[in-house]
Design a protein around this ligand. Structure first.
Ligand code: FAD
Length: 665
């Protein structure tokens, strides 16, 4: 790990007394030599830390909750030490970046490596990446923990999410250095070339066409996937992209595609046509390769970067000409007290606080829908449609289908974490612990009557799991289902292995919104994705469910005895049986099972600029009507991309950093 991380400096690992240890990597330049102990070795090598925590979790030496507590208490103490070591009464930087997720980490990485040696401040609400997040299969253990997940609940949906408490799902998203990639499923998909050409149309600027963005896609990655590098992949970028190391139903999945007549094609190559394909992941050698590891970690060792973690940006300061000149922020200390601070920006402020954080900060600073802001007592500075164009991919777990374990290709399908698989992972970083989610292996892109062969609107993959007696409780707790619903629905196949088709509505026409609840920067938001509001979306999903049912009838899946659970979904019994052509039943089913794919975007839409009433930012990502203020994250997508949103966010970070650096070159 020493070699691969390039981080451990053996000369600094001298064991000294005292319990204090410093997180030298994340706090960068300002660590306190005196408090180093052996733990410094672990903290300065995140992978070593990950394996230490994995062992303690696996052998139940320390309950998960206590591991969280221990880690974050230590992390906060370390941050305090770095904080106290600084003489920063008059903080002033060239650039301030707010938010350290996919896009913010990328921007920070590029700005700090520029030859002009710009002084950069990175502000982030949370702390360091929790060590267990390095183990891909443990991603579900991370969700809903307030140290690392915002986990907001959306407002009750009119005719969707009906199986969830208050008819609303949880909008989980990462909090901490590294943002959402610390807890995402790691699937690395770029989006369809037509998505980006549409962005170019929406913004009137050809710099956003797929062809013109291709150099940034290549620059961001070190590709080690299954398809040829050709002219489309990069080999020396910061983000590692690997094939999966464990996916129980991968062979069956690819066989389904062949049997149904679909081609196999690199979805991150020239195009995202209708096809079946193996997934690639932001992983390295069986471990999560988050933006904290790829971008923040190396950047934190540069002396021109200051990181303020446990710090919330609360308001942007402007001069009389609407030039952004600084950020007000609050840091939470280890003892729970809050310190109010201000940092000035000589050149620019960059909001990368994500699809909810960035519009929130704009609105708290008086930039947003005038009437809405004034109704909350916030003086309006610039009237813009901030928060008005929220989009997301709705996700549907279709199933469960029981399968015959003895007939599957891999014996390990039940995904039990046992002593053998634990040792396999520790020694080789392979096996169930190396799997993303429930063993995702491959994807498929298919067109309903609303998509086309070259721009398909439906996106599939396959989950496999053992239906244990507590699986329903686990789903209920993690995703927020109403009590008893899944317990009843899963009951007949408890004890068996099962699969779910995962269907994602790729090109939704429904649009939602996000608004403030109050002018308190620590208050939650009013989030309404308005799922399935557009009738075409309902029709696409119906066609999508039927395609999933047809896949289950292929020889490839019949070979493993794939059978839909024999009970009807609770609440849909009056619609009759779950027959293929019973549209009423299936519509009831998917209106109950509407989940998020966590692909929220578009709340600060990029458009033509001031003359375009739908734009919050122009095509150079500058906030309309201001100077020195850009938004660089997924909130600028004019329309949500077709597939996953992590690589697009990193792309926006790469492109955005380039725009900033060119401005000041
Ligand atoms: C559970 C889950 C699974 C997912 N799976 C995948 C997947 O497999 N593949 C894929 O491509 N995508 C996936 N995604 C989506 C993808 O990770 C996100 O779309 C992407 O990371 C968003 O990047 P971002 O930079 O816009 O925001 P984020 O990465 O969310 O970063 C925003 C950061 O800003 C911080 N912040 C917010 N407000 C403030 C403030 N006021 N002051 C300071 N800091 C602030 C936040 O704490 C956060 O760290 C998943 C997401 C989730 C939640």
């Amino acid at each position: 790990d020493k070699a691969s991380e390039g981080s451990c400096d053996a000369s600094r690992i001298d064991c000294r007394d005292g319990d204090n240890y410093l997180l030298t990597n994340a706090q960068g330049n300002n660590y306190n030599e005196k408090s180093q102990t052996k733990m410094d070795l672990l903290y300065s090598s995140p992978l070593a830390m990950t394996f230490q925590y994995l062992s303690r979790w696996f052998y139940k030496e320390t309950p998960l909750r206590s591991l969280f507590k221990e880690f974050f208490e230590a992390d906060r103490r370390n941050v305090d030490l770095g904080f106290d070591a600084r003489n920063d009464d008059d903080e002033e930087y060239d650039f301030i970046v707010v938010g350290s997720g996919s896009a913010g980490a990328t921007v920070t990485y590029r700005l700090t490596m520029d030859k002009h040696n710009y002084k950069v401040l990175l502000i982030e609400v949370g702390g360091n990446q929790f060590p267990l997040s390095g183990v891909p299969a443990l991603l579900f253990e991370l969700l809903n923990n307030p140290e690392i997940d915002w986990s907001d609940t959306i407002v009750p949906q009119k005719d969707a999410c009906l199986a969830f408490k208050n008819n609303g799902v949880r909008f989980q998203r990462g909090k901490g250095l590294g943002g959402s990639p610390n807890l995402n499923w790691m699937v690395a998909m770029r989006g369809n070339p037509y998505d980006f050409d549409r962005w170019a149309n929406e913004s009137g600027d050809p710099q956003w066409t797929h062809k013109n963005l291709m150099p940034f896609f290549k620059k961001m990655e070190t590709y080690r996937g299954n398809f040829p590098i050709g002219d489309v992949h990069g080999t020396d970028g910061p983000l590692n992209v690997d094939p999966n190391r464990f996916a129980p139903l991968y062979e069956e999945w690819m066989e389904v595609g062949r049997e149904m007549g679909y081609k196999v094609k690199d979805p991150n190559g020239e195009g995202q046509d209708e096809s079946f394909f193996p997934f690639v992941f932001s992983m390295k050698d069986g471990t999560r390769f988050s933006v904290q590891r790829a971008h923040i970690y190396p950047a934190s060792r540069r002396p021109n970067l200051t990181i303020r973690s446990y710090s919330t940006a609360t308001k942007i300061a402007f001069d009389d000409n609407n030039k952004a000149i600084g950020i007000h922020y609050e840091t939470v200390r280890a003892d729970g007290s809050r310190v109010k601070r201000y940092a000035g920006a000589k050149k620019e402020i960059i909001l990368s606080a994500g699809v909810f954080g960035s519009p929130k900060l704009l609105m708290l600073s008086g930039i947003g829908p005038k009437e809405h802001l004034e109704s909350l007592g916030i003086a309006s500075r610039i009237d813009l449609p901030v928060g008005q164009n929220l989009q997301d991919h709705a996700l549907f777990f279709i199933g469960p289908f029981s399968i015959d374990k003895s007939k599957t290709a891999k014996p390990n399908l039940d995904r039990d974490f046992n002593e053998d698989t634990f040792h396999e992972y520790v020694q080789h970083k392979t096996g169930p612990f190396a799997a993303s989610g429930f063993g995702l292996g491959g994807g498929a892109l298919i067109a309903s009557s609303f998509g086309t062969e070259v721009w398909p609107d439906l996106y599939y993959s396959l989950l496999s799991l053992k239906m244990k007696p507590d699986t329903a409780d686990f789903f209920q707790k993690t995703f927020g289902f109403k009590e008893g619903v899944l317990q009843k629905y899963f009951k007949p196949i408890v004890g068996k292995d099962a699969l779910f088709h995962v269907l994602c509505l790729n090109l939704p026409k429904t649009v939602g919104e996000v608004k403030l609840k109050s002018k308190n920067p620590h208050d939650t938001l009013h989030i309404d994705p308005n799922y399935l509001d557009h009738k075409d979306d309902v029709q696409s999903v119906l066609e999508g469910v039927k395609f999933a049912l047809r896949m289950s009838e292929t020889k490839a899946l019949k070979k493993i005895d794939t059978k839909l659970t024999p009970v009807l979904f609770p609440g849909c019994e009056s619609h009759g049986n779950a027959d293929y052509d019973n549209d009423g039943y299936w519509e009831c089913f998917f209106r109950h099972m509407t989940q998020t794919m966590w692909h929220y975007t578009s709340t600060n839409k990029m458009g033509y600029g001031p003359e375009d009433k739908t734009s919050v930012v122009d095509s150079n990502l500058r906030v309309v009507g201001t100077k020195g203020l850009r938004v660089i994250d997924n909130s600028i997508q004019p329309k949500v991309v077709t597939t996953n949103t992590n690589l697009p966010a990193i792309l926006i970070g790469e492109k955005g950093a380039d725009l900033v650096l060119n401005t000041w070159a």
